[in-house]
Ligand binder design. Structure first.
Ligand SMILES: Nc1nc2c(c(=O)[nH]1)N[C@@H](CN(C=O)c1ccc(C(=O)N[C@@H](CCC(=O)O)C(=O)O)cc1)CN2
Ligand SMILES: NCC(=O)N[C@@H]1O[C@H](COP(=O)([O-])[O-])[C@@H](O)[C@H]1O
Length: 198
């Protein structure tokens, strides 16, 4: 086995909120045979509670506030990309990152940027996925890890996990059941992706 095969893939996690998926990825990265390491956690929101969680887990953190860049999304993304370069990042994992990315950053990380989405894509791209699944009377819901492309939640699917929709479910109770599945899916999908890289 070559050295690079054993070397862990330096991964950045981009968040906007609590970061429970981020915490699941950090925990998985600390397994003895983990094929990835978390090099840095970045948030577009300086007050994202996930930044405090990551710092407490001894992971470098950085806030790149999108509001400082007004409507210039690409300028915001260039600032994020500079942080990725500074940390020697090879793969980017979006985890509850709530900014649509322009073709500039998507292009720079083409095929190396993953996202987790709380529906069984191609059903319900975008926001409010659980309310839409309940309104449609679906019997199952779930989550998807996909590669990020210029479309919204349209990139190639890498892995999915389904959960049952139960009687009396609300968007909140369904979201919690899907989130628990996400914490199994994302570490599994990122590990498989990184093992396939080298
Ligand atoms: N080019 C892409 N960018 C992003 C993708 C993607 O597939 N392609 N996935 C998203 C994550 N996401 C759904 O999984 C998502 C995130 C945000 C939005 C959205 O409408 N955002 C608004 C602002 C909302 C806010 O700030 O709360 C916006 O950016 O104007 C839709 C889907 C990550 N980016
Ligand atoms: N459109 C993107 C999107 O809706 N992402 C969703 O935001 C939540 C973030 O939770 P977390 O911050 O606890 O990981 C997760 O459910 C994730 O799938």
């Amino acid at each position: 086995m070559t050295d690079t095969a054993r070397r862990r893939v330096r991964t950045a996690i981009l968040i906007s909120g609590a970061g429970s998926n981020m915490a699941a990825l950090i925990e998985a990265s600390r397994a003895a045979d983990a094929p990835f390491e978390v090099a840095v956690v970045i948030s577009n929101k300086p007050d994202a509670s996930g930044l405090t969680v990551a710092a407490a887990l001894d992971v470098p953190v950085m806030a790149v506030d999108h509001r400082l860049f007004g409507k210039d999304r690409e300028a915001h993304e260039r600032a994020i990309d500079a942080v990725l370069m500074d940390h020697g990042v090879e793969v980017v994992a979006l985890a509850g990152y709530m900014r649509l990315l322009t073709p500039w950053l998507v292009g720079r990380w083409n095929g190396l940027m993953l996202n987790i989405h709380p529906s069984l894509l191609p059903k319900y791209p975008g926001l409010d996925t659980h309310a839409r699944a309940l309104a449609a009377g679906d019997e199952e819901a779930g989550c998807t890890v996909h590669l990020v492309d210029e479309g919204v939640d349209e990139g190639p699917v890498l892995d999915q996990e389904a959960v049952p929709v139960l009687p009396f479910d609300t968007p909140e109770t369904l979201a919690q059941r899907v989130l628990t599945a996400e914490h199994r899916l994302y570490p599994r999908a990122l590990a498989a992706f990184c093992r396939g890289l080298h």
